[in-house]
Write a protein that binds this ligand. Structure first.
Ligand SMILES: NC(=O)c1ccc[n+]([C@@H]2O[C@H](COP(=O)([O-])OP(=O)(O)OC[C@H]3O[C@@H](n4cnc5c(N)ncnc54)[C@H](OP(=O)(O)O)[C@@H]3O)[C@@H](O)[C@H]2O)c1
Length: 320
């Protein structure tokens, strides 16, 4: 098969488009012919400096396609079935072998490109807001990096749950594009005074919950935006800023800080059912995936560079 591979981590130029051996279907797994690859924020971080499981390494958490082979013991998937799949690596390829447990059937009427972008973004957003963030109707939530894949999912889910939704982005134009999805107040965090802007919008009170996928100095800002007894979720490091957080900032307001990793939940029944509901909602048009641009798989380097340039609103997709 063809795949976008790299021999060392680094900038997008490390990608090579090469022939590599086909993956082998295993017991409990399915072999998927890939038709749409959702480039995740984590894929760019892995390519830049993450762990390599082989040399060359095929990066990528998520894709959708058609099942070509079903492994021993798999009763609920069949050849020819369209699925969206998650994996720790391997999406940037024409074929991928994955445990059947982390695949979700794609409803007949659904657009495969949209559904290819659902499990990680919506699963992460849902866990941050509800399973670990305990968001309740009427509360106020701040979603950092609202124009990213996780951010756009979180805005929609928080709004649907009856919250007042604040989100950040690096420009006013990007914030404007989030309004149709449920954004109540946009905060441009390239303005140095953005924490005060959040305080002002909340009449000085702060937010009940902050969902932070940016980390570093932005994570400190998230904590500073919390109301008394407010909760902060740390879920990523998109800002590539290793500044550590001094946890003593939590005590005065009785604040809490919780880490979230979807990968530790995704195989359990609760998370799988939750993701299946989001697949159904996107298929039916009740939730929306925004695909900013698509690139051929052979141009994985350009796709990653575009995502890292912070111009994309929503997802960048690769097509083999
Ligand atoms: N823990 C988990 O289970 C889990 C699951 C999914 C994702 N994540 C993490 O969550 C983060 C977001 O994922 P995603 O898929 O939503 O990513 P994405 O679609 O690439 O969005 C990332 C957003 O971060 C903002 N950003 C801030 N500083 C940036 C920088 N220096 N370079 C690039 N973007 C920057 C950008 O918006 P602005 O330009 O508007 O700031 C961008 O829209 C990633 O760190 C990812 O690894 C974690």
């Amino acid at each position: 098969m063809k795949a976008a591979v790299y021999y060392e981590t680094g900038p997008p130029e490390v990608f090579r488009y090469e022939d590599v051996p086909d993956p082998v279907c295993f017991a409990g797994g399915v072999l998927v012919q890939v038709e749409a690859i959702s480039v995740e924020g984590g894929d760019t971080l892995n390519r830049a400096g993450g762990e390599m499981t082989a040399t060359p390494h095929i990066v990528g958490y998520q894709c959708a396609g058609t099942i070509r082979e079903v492994g021993e013991g798999v009763e609920d998937r069949h050849v020819g079935q369209r699925v969206v799949a998650t994996m720790f690596a391997g999406s940037h390829a024409e074929l991928v072998a994955v445990p059947a447990l982390v695949t979700w059937p794609i409803p007949e009427e659904a657009d495969i490109v949209s559904v290819a972008c659902v499990p990680v973004a919506f699963g992460t957003a849902d866990d941050c807001l509800f399973e670990f963030g305990h968001l309740r109707p009427g509360e106020t939530v701040l979603i950092q990096a609202g124009a990213g894949g996780v951010g756009l999912a979180a805005i929609q889910l928080a709004k649907r749950a009856g919250a007042t939704v604040l989100a950040t982005a690096s420009s006013d134009d990007r914030l404007e594009r989030l309004r149709p999805f449920g954004l109540d107040h946009g905060i441009n965090y390239s303005d140095a005074d953005w924490v005060n802007a959040v305080r002002k919008v909340t009449s000085g009170r702060g937010v009940d919950l902050a969902v932070d996928s940016v980390g570093g100095s932005v994570l400190l800002g998230s904590v500073q935006c919390l109301a008394y007894r407010g909760r902060c979720i740390t879920v990523g490091n998109a800002g590539r800023n290793p500044q550590p957080l001094d946890v003593s900032v939590l005590a005065m307001g009785n604040h809490s800080l919780t880490g979230v990793f979807l990968g530790a939940e995704i195989g359990n029944e609760r998370a799988r059912a939750m993701i299946a509901r989001h697949v159904a909602d996107v298929a039916a048009g009740r939730l929306h995936v925004v695909v900013d641009r698509t690139f051929p798989l052979a141009e994985a380097a350009a796709a990653h560079a575009y995502l890292e340039s912070r111009q994309a609103v929503g997802r960048v997709v690769l097509v083999p």
